[in-house]
Design a protein around this ligand. Sequence first.
Ligand SMILES: Cc1ncc(C[n+]2csc(CCOP(=O)(O)OP(=O)(O)O)c2C)c(N)n1
Ligand SMILES: [Mg+2]
Length: 358
Amino acid sequence: MSSGTAPRIATSPSPRPEPDEMRAMFSSMWLIRRFEERAAEEYMRGRIGGFLHLAIGEEAAVVGAISALRPTDPITSTYREHGHALARGSDPGRVMAELFGRSTGICGGRGGSMHLMDAERHFYGGYGIVGGSVPLGVGLAFASSYRGDGAVSLTMFGDGAANQGVLAESLNMAELWRLPVIFLLLNNQYGMGTSVERHSADEDLYKRAEGYGMPARKVDGMDVLAVRAAVAEAARMAREEGQPSMIELLAYRYRGHSMSDPDTVRAADEKERWQARDPIVMFERVLLGEGVMTGEEIAAERARIEAVVEDAAAFAEQSPEVPVQELARDVYANPWSDDPRGSAIMPPGPAAPAGGGA
Ligand SMILES: Cc1ncc(C[n+]2csc(CCOP(=O)(O)OP(=O)(O)O)c2C)c(N)n1
Ligand SMILES: [Mg+2]
């Protein structure tokens, strides 16, 4: 599309997903919720170091989007990405072990919370640089287009990242080269503690894409079925027509930016208003209302997930620490070089005594 007003993504009147898929979506959302709550507890117990960014409240966005894709469609995301790995099918024990920094973790304990990756499942990570996932997602789309493998790249980023210059470059290249990519902007309305109206000249962030002639729209990010329908249509356009698009999901994170944020900026009534539209509770109502699950089945599934999360935490806790000698393996190309211009970041053992030999 070269000029003129870009069309909105037309959501075809989408049939409900199959009951089995709806149940799987429910399980996935509930797994993410309980996993994140458990991770917060483990952080408070000192089991998890560094930063921990939770996506509680954003489960519909994550599950709606990923469930609309094929398992081979590549995904890139931000540091708020535990749910993406879980929704893609990564093992909860290995994801928890990664947060704990244990050697059984999904990246051998060397990535941590912000750098989860599961290449086998085409989940290409977890990035700490705001906006950093976006050009990588475009690169994955370019690779798919070059190989002709029919995959669609989903790249997720936040409202704060919408102000990064690299988004403009990525949108331009994707539309110009007709790359099969979905720009999924999760607008949780804050970049750290700064609200969208304070950080963006135009609060309709999806309009960023229209400037490049790319279809874009805003969707209720608390409604898992709406997210799934929008992403399914975007994936179809990308796969069949090579048409990239942007979807802005309007959602809310219930907690502060990270575990170290006391979250004093956001008003209590605002939080309550959004939590009244809890994505899991709303979806449960749909499942019950449409007879997809009974109350008993929902309770049983919640109990099953509880046990999965318990097992994940136990697995992480019982797993060995990463040996010091291993810490830089797969992180630096030449971790133990003696050459100071190499990438030596850590001596291979205790410092040699002064005047001592090798
Ligand atoms: C390039 C860059 N600039 C600044 C930061 C510091 N930083 C970390 S998260 C964040 C806010 C990003 O907000 P948003 O994109 O809305 O994502 P959210 O945390 O709300 O999911 C900032 C400014 C960073 N990590 N990278
Ligand atoms: Mg944000």
